[in-house]
Design a protein around this ligand. Structure first.
Ligand code: ATP
Length: 397
């Protein structure tokens, strides 16, 4: 799949910007702060309904504007589909799929992206929340319907936790907690089962990607860890119902402690993704360069997994658009070459870099310059030799 056209209105620094992407690789080049990342952030927003840089939508709307609109034309499975999302300040966002009005969530699964960005170093070095988000985004890419369970779980967790606080002050009705426990366990079981499956599928791809970007650097292993049981206390293919039952029993066991502390202390919101290099955890032990290689392996592994995904929700053209945002300057020549070598078959790669020379020439493709906050075609750029794949594409909008 690939994005052929992007139209931004009041998104970040862009009042109005249209971009046509050529086949395969596009490299956006420009000085700092010109708006390169803003472009790829908009593409990522259409696939995940969130930014890879900020948690809230407010900074994505151009300062002084009331709404931002991101519109794209996506080519997949021989068809061309228009998708659009409107980010409204202070109101719910809205979306369009083809010619129809849609819920933003309906866009999930239409366009898949995998983004590798400087922020990803926190996947290895940072706290577990970033790794939980990484797992959950992968789960949604594999199975878009799980997004509803994530938002329901967050809502139930908030309501249950506020009930625990009132229970602590002896004002709450404890019988109500049983109902919230069941809801939390049901949703939590589904989230844990999806994470276990996603991480099990991901692990071999991460190991292979790490070996490719850091040959001889040791094994990179990922596994899902939960406070519910020892990591190997249940099979990686445990069902959502089984995991929900384990969580329900644990909630009942820890209830006095939870009431005392006023917080929910068991559930997938407390779990983590373990990343190990050889016999040591990557966090706290890996060098800066090794941490970069681990982060890159997590993203490349996700990319390979989604490209090969043949699960029940898989798309026949599921290969994601790969976005490499400002990362080449951080990689040494060996890692740059390894990355370029793995991407020769990719159907679309969007790259941002301050200088084109940071990107291996073989990978650079078409160069777009971002000058004075505007994207312009660089006619002197290296043209990608790939075929123009726009032939024979049916329009669906
Ligand atoms: N909501 C907003 N409204 C207006 N301008 C914004 C908004 N959000 C960010 N900007 C501007 O966008 C610019 C940053 O754009 P971006 O992060 O895409 O830069 P970049 O070209 O990738 O830079 P670098 O090479 O330094 O990473 C900054 O000048 C910032 O002030």
């Amino acid at each position: 799949m690939r994005v052929t056209h992007l139209h931004l209105t009041d998104f970040r620094s862009y009042a109005e910007q249209e971009i046509e992407f050529g086949p395969r690789v596009t490299t956006l080049v420009g000085h700092n702060g010109q708006g390169k990342t803003n472009v790829v952030e908009a593409v990522r927003y259409l696939s995940n309904l969130s930014s890879h840089r900020v948690a809230a939508d407010a900074p994505l709307v151009r300062q002084g504007a009331e709404r931002a609109v991101v519109r794209a034309r996506v080519e997949k499975s021989g068809r061309s589909l228009a998708i659009e999302v409107t980010l409204n300040q202070g109101r719910a966002n809205s979306a369009r799929l083809g010619r129809s009005q849609a819920k933003p969530r309906d866009l999930l699964g239409v366009l898949r992206t995998v983004v590798f960005a400087p922020e990803d170093l926190a996947l290895v070095k940072g706290d577990p929340s970033g790794r939980r988000l990484f797992m959950d985004e992968l789960c949604v890419a594999l199975q878009p319907a799980i997004a509803g369970d994530h938002s329901d779980y967050d809502r139930v967790l908030r309501q249950r936790s506020s009930m625990l606080k009132t229970a602590k002050n002896a004002r709450g009705d404890l019988t109500m907690l049983d109902i919230w426990d069941e809801k939390l366990a049901d949703l939590g079981g589904r989230i844990m089962a999806a994470r276990l499956r996603a991480v099990r599928l991901l692990a071999p791809h991460v190991a292979a990607a790490y070996e490719a970007v850091a040959p001889g650097g040791g094994d990179c292993r990922v596994s899902y860890v939960t406070g519910l049981a020892d990591a190997d206390g249940y099979a990686a293919d445990a069902s959502a119902a089984d995991l929900g039952a384990v969580l329900l029993a644990r909630l009942q066991e820890v209830r006095p402690k939870e009431i005392e502390r006023g917080v929910t202390i068991a559930g997938p919101h407390r779990d983590d993704l373990d990343i190990a290099l050889g016999t040591m955890p990557a966090k706290g032990y890996a060098s800066h360069g090794e941490s970069w290689s681990c982060a890159l392996a997590l993203r490349l592994g996700s990319y390979e997994l989604l490209t090969r995904d043949d699960g029940p929700d898989a798309d026949e053209d599921g290969e994601p658009v790969l976005i490499l945002d400002d990362v080449f300057a951080e990689l040494d020549t060996g890692r740059r070459a390894a990355l370029a070598a793995r991407l020769t078959e990719a159907s679309q790669v969007l790259i941002t870099a301050a200088v084109a020379e940071d990107v291996p020439e073989a990978l650079r493709g078409e160069v777009l310059r971002v000058i004075d906050g505007t994207v312009v075609r660089d006619d002197a750029g290296v043209k990608d030799p790939g075929n123009d794949s726009s032939d024979g594409v049916e329009s669906d909008d």
